[in-house]
Design a protein around this ligand. Structure first.
Ligand code: HAM
Length: 429
């Protein structure tokens, strides 16, 4: 019989302890930052009825990227490709009981059937941060500031990333200047979204197909933020909004922001300000976070709109960012001490030592394989456990134990009642 393959399914990852350590580091910084801003964590199932995504998630994701199946009860089910429709559903369901403004975050795993490549996988974990019930630009400013603080809390410097801002309302105004009708809005938005990735000729060709004889004027305008502000009007609500957001952010010390008139962020539900955090390193030119205002999404579940602004930040692109900028922490095992044993005769005493250590906050594993001590120590080394204690008859008899740091070779002799006091400061460095 042929053996089973050990590889994971295409485009998903296994997390060996070293990998899970990085995941935990990432989610730890996310959680700490979000909670410091007064956000509470929520969660939901991976499974959702497929129709949840039909209205507003966007054609590309729904038609080409979802994992959808029919269950045994004939329901069409989708593995969530994003969290926003779920959180909108949850907030809409309890709109009357929840207090607003509502500050929520979650770290779900999401599934998109994409061609796996650097920065894009079929399963990723995504921090979702959403603020409901705040209409004013203070919501934009708070959320973008959170995105900025997250990056700083990972150790990034301002020059390592850039925050790009745009407004769908402003883009809408540009479209109306050129009489771009509803049928063509989707097409031209897609084209703008791709602009940085395609050649000028290809972009111009696409614009000509949609805008016709005014194509050159459209291209000229879309290439010049100043002209856009001039044409739409510095006193217009759309331009004033963008200026207000960037001025408030600058006042908070967030200065690595730029206006980017072609930034669209794929989803159909964004209606106002949109933004992304982009890696400035040439080896990793990727979007790390993306989000925007989506005031109309909650109205899909009831009569009323609920103001909403939020973003998603993926673990895959963030890990690439941290690697590229050398900001990843070195792995250390969560097991602090490995006890190597010489014989099973003192089983109860050795386990007693382990229990005492655990009660004092030290994480301990005991090796009862009966192998040579050297081999037991090798296991500790392979698993990156920092401290080893060899416990046999002598140690039990004298009550004095040797603790060796196998990375540095340092060794200490301590009495049982001193062990925790000696080890704890070393492991909680
Ligand atoms: P999104 O722009 O599709 O937004 O994704 C946000 C981030 O998730 C991206 O910038 C990227 O880091 C990561 N990401 C997305 N797809 C993949 C993938 N296939 N593999 C690896 N990473 C990926 C949303 O999903 C919105 N629902 C975010 C949001 C929350 N808007 C408002 N609230």
């Amino acid at each position: 019989m042929s053996k089973l393959d050990t590889s994971p399914y295409k485009g998903v990852r296994d997390f060996y302890p070293e990998d899970q350590f990085i995941q935990n580091h990432i989610s730890g910084v996310w959680r700490k930052t979000l909670e410091s801003f007064g956000y509470n964590e929520y969660g939901a199932s991976i499974l959702e009825p497929a129709e949840l995504y039909k209205a507003k998630t966007g054609e590309e994701i729904v038609n080409e990227q979802t994992y959808t199946f029919v269950d045994r009860g004939e329901r069409t089910v989708t593995l969530r490709p994003e969290m926003t429709p779920t959180v909108a559903r949850m907030v809409a369901a309890r709109r009357r009981e929840l207090g607003f403004p509502l500050r929520w975050y979650s770290i779900p795993n999401l599934f998109r059937y994409e061609a796996p490549q650097r920065g894009r996988l079929r399963e990723h974990w995504q921090l979702n941060v959403d603020l409901f019930g705040m209409e004013g630009v203070e919501a934009e400013v708070e959320i973008v500031n959170i995105a900025y603080r997250i990056m700083r809390n990972f150790g990034a410097a301002d020059k390592d990333f850039i925050i790009r801002l745009n407004s769908r309302k402003l883009v809408q105004k540009i479209y109306s200047l050129f009489d771009i009708n509803d049928d063509n809005i989707q097409k031209v938005s897609k084209l703008l979204d791709k602009k940085a990735k395609i050649s000028e000729e290809e972009f111009a060709k696409g614009v000509r197909e949609i805008v016709g004889e005014n194509a050159d004027a459209f291209i000229e305008l879309i290439n010049s933020p100043d002209e856009i502000f001039e044409k739409i009007g510095k006193e217009s609500a759309e331009v004033k909004e963008i200026f207000a957001v960037s001025a408030a952010l600058e006042a908070l010390g967030v200065t690595n922001i730029t206006f980017n008139q072609t930034l669209m962020r794929g989803f159909d539900y964004y209606t106002g300000v949109v933004f992304e955090v982009f890696d400035t390193h040439k080896d990793n030119p990727r979007s790390l976070f993306g989000g925007g205002r989506y005031n109309e999404l909650l109205a899909l579940f009831g009569d009323e709109e609920v103001a909403a602004f939020g973003f998603g930040a993926g673990d895959v692109t963030l890990k690439d960012f941290l690697e590229t900028h050398q900001l990843l922490p070195a792995y250390s095992s969560s097991t602090h001490v490995y006890i190597a044993t010489l014989s099973k005769e003192h089983y109860a005493e050795v386990e007693g030592v382990a229990t005492r250590l655990r009660q004092g906050g030290v994480n301990v594993a005991v090796d009862w394989t009966g192998r040579k001590v050297g081999d037991q120590i090798k296991t500790a080394d392979k698993q990156h456990i920092e401290f080893v204690m060899v416990v046999g008859e002598d140690e039990i008899g004298s009550g004095v134990y040797k603790i060796k740091n196998i990375r540095t070779g340092d060794e200490l002799s301590v009495r049982l009642d001193e062990i925790n006091d000696v080890i704890l400061p070393k492991i909680h460095k």
